[in-house]
Design a protein around this ligand. Sequence first.
Ligand code: MD3
Ligand code: FE
Length: 210
Amino acid sequence: AVVAPGAVHVPEWLPPERQRELVAACRKWARGPVPLRHTVLPGGGVMSVQTVCVGWHWQPYRYSRTADDVNGARVAGFPDWLAELGREALTAAYGDESPVRRYAPDTALINFYDGAARMGMHQDKEELSGAPVVSLSIGDTCVFRFGNTENRHKPYTDVELASGDLFVFGGPSRFAFHGVPKVCPGTADPASGMSRGRLNVTLRETGLGT
Ligand code: MD3
Ligand code: FE
């Protein structure tokens, strides 16, 4: 479903077996070299979501190779199979069009939501590339709020994201405000590899080079 220009929702795109593979990879990254943890914001706020990064480390509000705000370790490398998954996702959302074969994501932000976690409305502006963001949801269903480019308030559209759903945000939707006002605990299918909580993996091009 096209939710807005460039914003395409593909329900049940990732089959359960590939969801489990992705969960297994995320469990490994969650242990290190930089652990899954609550990001602390510059003003002292602590995010309710827990995050671990691959390829580049997002520390609010910049990317780095080392997790200077956590343990100083260098982040895990971004694997080729994850970039390939991103290209498959773009093809599924947009069809076999020109930008697809050139999509080269170099960072993944992996977010874990327990039953109480939320993400406030924000824009993702740290990337120097205007390439699309690929989002994969696994585990509990959530309410995802897709807003406008002007401000964090109305108009917005609420969309339920369930396990295996793909969402691609490109073109005019790339810099829209968005957030997760609610997760629905206990809605995960154990076949996803998540017995509780929600995992979201976003793939991005940072535009930062090597
Ligand atoms: C639209 N994550 O990591 S995924 C984030 O479910 C983030 O964890 C949410 O927002 C989550 O920054 C939402 C959907 C998403 C991700 C990035 C976007 C939508 C986006 C970037 C630009 C526009
Ligand atoms: Fe975001």
